[in-house]
Design a protein around this ligand. Structure first.
Ligand code: HEC
Length: 359
């Protein structure tokens, strides 16, 4: 399936266009070079030949580079940099930059050659008079016209207005260059930002960031709630739900049946189905017994084998065994325990509460 990537399409077209420009410039350069060669025959300017050789070599070397853009256009569809992979994007980008550089160099070559051919046609620039290079002169001119109109500190005396308020004078100067350039940099950054976040959409926008943050927060809350749920102890233990009781039964038949019987009827350990308990019959008592055990009496501690929530499931299961009257039940041991039923008025729910031992 052919998917057109617009960024790639744009970059490759610009690259192709620049190649065309380079080609035309190279032609012009060659043409001018020939003229210069003819002229140098008469005037003997052998130095120019070096320039020409260099210039033509350069333009050829660069035309040979052009096919890179075509191979690079075999776009991988990784969604970075406007659907382009990191490598593809920067390859295209550097090809474009290289082409621009070559164009600038070609223009400079052509200009130089042109100057030797027709010295009178080049207008002497402002900067030339002061001995500045062409580049610096242009830069200063641009700087003065568009960027920083500020008068340098040394010349500030000239623009000091004669307004004088108790010794405070008014200086009619533009903003200082460092300040203005700082401002221009922010404009540049804004452009990059706009392209990255709004045009190519390679970074998360505020909405996406918000959603992502909310998701992590939600995951944190869930993890916290889960940890709370797993944090039961003898004070907070409660009956598990049906699934929990079923899980408790599984653990029971794996670990406890050897001593308490397959139905909890008892064996080495006491009967867990009757109303008599050695260590108390409330769910909190059972939890304590299973968690810490009574090792000197033959019942070990299970807290290294089972998590708190699993112990809750185990004791919840044991709670459901009450009154099941399995066959071969072991004789009661311990004290009679009666469940205290309390009516929770708020939830109108009947729940077993603390143990009451009746002797
Ligand atoms: C090696 C045998 C053995 C195993 C295995 C065993 N128990 Fe016990 N269990 C006992 C003995 C013995 C007692 C009685 C301790 C006493 O007399 O204080 C007991 C007591 C108990 C009691 C308290 C009974 C009461 O009357 O207060 C509970 C509850 C209990 N066990 C649950 C379990 C659970 C749940 C498991 C499985 C995770 C388990 N036991 C595994 C031997 C065992």
């Amino acid at each position: 399936m052919l998917v057109i990537n617009y960024v790639a399409f744009l970059m490759v077209s610009v690259a192709a266009l620049l190649v065309l420009v380079i080609w035309i410039l190279a032609k012009v350069l060659v043409m001018i070079s020939k003229k210069v060669l003819e002229a140098s025959k008469s005037s003997g300017k052998a130095l120019m030949i070096g320039w020409i050789v260099l210039g033509t070599m350069f333009s050829k070397g660069v035309s040979a580079q052009a096919p890179i853009t075509d191979t690079a256009s075999a776009v991988k569809n990784v969604n970075e940099y406007g659907g382009l992979s990191y490598n593809t994007y920067w390859t295209l980008f550097s090809v474009l930059m290289l082409e621009l550089l070559v164009i600038i160099l070609l223009v400079l070559f052509i200009r130089n050659l042109w100057k030797t051919l027709y010295p009178s046609t080049i207008v002497i620039k402002e900067g030339k008079a002061t001995g500045e290079s062409w580049f610096l002169a242009t830069w200063h001119k641009l700087d003065k016209q568009f960027f920083t109109k500020a008068t340098p500190i040394e010349k500030e005396a000239d623009i000091l207005l004669d307004h004088d308020y108790d010794g405070i004078k008014e200086l009619d100067n533009a903003l200082p260059p460092w300040w203005k350039f700082g401002f221009y940099i922010t404009i540049g950054v804004a452009c990059i930002y706009l392209l990255k976040y709004e045009v190519w959409e390679t970074g998360p926008n505020p909405t996406q960031e918000y959603v992502a943050e909310m998701n992590t927060a939600k995951a944190d809350v869930e993890a916290y709630v889960a940890s709370l749920k797993n944090n039961v102890d003898e004070k907070s233990v409660n009956m598990s739900d049906a699934a929990g009781i079923a899980a408790g039964q599984v653990s029971f038949s794996k670990t406890c049946v050897a001593c308490h019987g397959t139905k909890g009827e008892g064996g080495v350990g006491p009967n867990l189905t009757d109303d008599y308990w050695i260590h108390g019959g409330a769910i909190a008592d059972l939890f304590k017994t299973v968690k810490y055990g009574y090792p000197d009496k033959g019942m070990q501690s299970w807290q290294t084998t089972y998590s708190p929530i699993q112990i809750q499931e185990l004791v919840s299961y044991i709670k459901t065994l009450k009154g099941t009257n399995p066959p071969n039940a072991k004789a009661p041991q311990g004290d009679l325990y009666k469940e205290v039923l309390t009516v929770d008025s708020s939830a109108s729910k009947i729940s077993p509460k603390d143990s009451v031992s009746v002797k």
